[in-house]
Design a protein around this ligand. Structure first.
Ligand SMILES: [Zn+2]
Ligand SMILES: [Zn+2]
Length: 339
């Protein structure tokens, strides 16, 4: 069976993977139709993903078809089109028992800790599949990225007419923008790269993009008449940005770190205390986010298909993924098609 394997940093190659076993109790055999490329995949390719083991079959943003189901599976049927929730949680740790499977202490993310979807077929727990009767495989492959943004906005409990500042206009930042807008917030975006700001304005005309040539805090102060942001979402994964982003949070506001960085974030404590800021981390997404996002897409409330800027086949991944990992490629979202 055709697959692509990352045998070590910088080495992506075609691979003849074994056929998956017959699905067992609670499992499903799926055919992969679309694979979205994520920052995690690019970082793993360049050897910059922490706690990553090689060799690994990447791919966790998937649009799939159900080929067979094992005993006791009732949420899906053969022929269904699905999105995958790639967070394989243990079900018994403290976080899982509290219903917070997104931060399971034994988390295995498909395509990160265990082999993922850059192959024709695989077996997954059926409970991790979320069906749509109408969406395309392209749309289904985008659900996971959107879920990361939806969860970050949930963490901050963003409300109508609040001011939300999103820092970093990559796919996760755009996903946060999408769900902040859906809640009726006034959304501003900070990024230093002009092409990303242009893409953001094109996709979401209601968003105010701050001018990277001028002081961000001065612009924010002026637009909000000194109130600053109710919520700041930092989607940069950059320590300096994360430490500095407190400055944009207004009194009683929330700051959510959705981007992940290695190392220590430092910030000014008097600022943190004076404004009584709530600091939150946001990791992965909850199971409930998937059907909610699928439903919002089915109803046309959100339409992220314009995010897809680059496409290739499974066989072209070893050639294209390295090129598309470079900022100059101008990729918002790249998708590989197997059908
Ligand atoms: Zn991803
Ligand atoms: Zn767990």
């Amino acid at each position: 069976m055709n697959a692509i394997i990352l045998s070590e940093p910088g080495k992506l190659a075609p691979h003849d993977a074994p056929e998956p076993a017959t699905p067992g109790v609670g499992e499903a055999l799926i055919r992969v139709h679309r694979i979205g490329f994520c920052g995690t995949d690019y970082h793993a390719f360049h050897g910059r993903q922490p706690f990553f083991d090689y060799p690994r079959i990447l791919g966790h943003e998937l649009g799939v078809e159900v080929l067979a189901v094992g005993e006791g599976v009732s949420n899906i049927a053969v022929g269904d089109k699905c999105s995958i929730e790639p967070y394989l949680n243990c079900g018994s740790c403290h976080a899982c028992r509290k219903g917070r499977a997104n931060c399971c202490s034994n988390m295995k993310v498909l395509g990160v800790h265990v082999d993922g979807g850059m192959r024709e077929r695989l077996v997954v727990p059926a409970a991790k599949l979320h069906v749509s009767k109408t969406l395309s495989y392209d749309a289904l492959a985008l659900v996971e990225t959107l879920a990361i943004g939806a969860h970050a906005i949930d963490r901050a409990a963003v409300e109508k007419d609040e001011t939300v500042v999103v820092i970093g206009a990559g796919p996760i930042g755009l996903a946060a923008v999408q769900f902040a807008l859906l809640r009726g917030a006034r959304v501003m975006v900070i990024d230093r790269a002009a092409p990303r700001l242009e893409a953001c304005s094109r996709l979401y005309p209601a968003v105010i993009t701050l001018d990277p040539e001028k002081s961000f805090i001065e612009q924010l102060t002026s637009i909000t008449c000194g109130d600053l942001a109710d919520t700041v979402i930092d989607a940069t994964g950059n320590l300096a940005s994360m430490g500095g982003s407190l400055e944009y949070v207004g009194h009683t506001g929330r700051l959510v770190y959705v981007g992940l960085a290695q190392g220590e974030v430092t910030f000014n404590d008097p600022l943190f205390h004076r404004r009584e800021i709530t600091l939150l981390a946001s990791r992965n997404a909850l199971s409930k986010d998937f059907p909610e996002i699928i439903s919002a897409m089915e109803q046309g409330k959100i339409d992220p298909l314009a995010w897809i800027t680059h496409r290739c086949t499974l066989a072209e991944i070893p050639e294209k993924l390295p090129l598309w990992s470079e900022p100059k490629a101008g990729v918002i979202k790249a998708v590989a098609s197997l059908s």
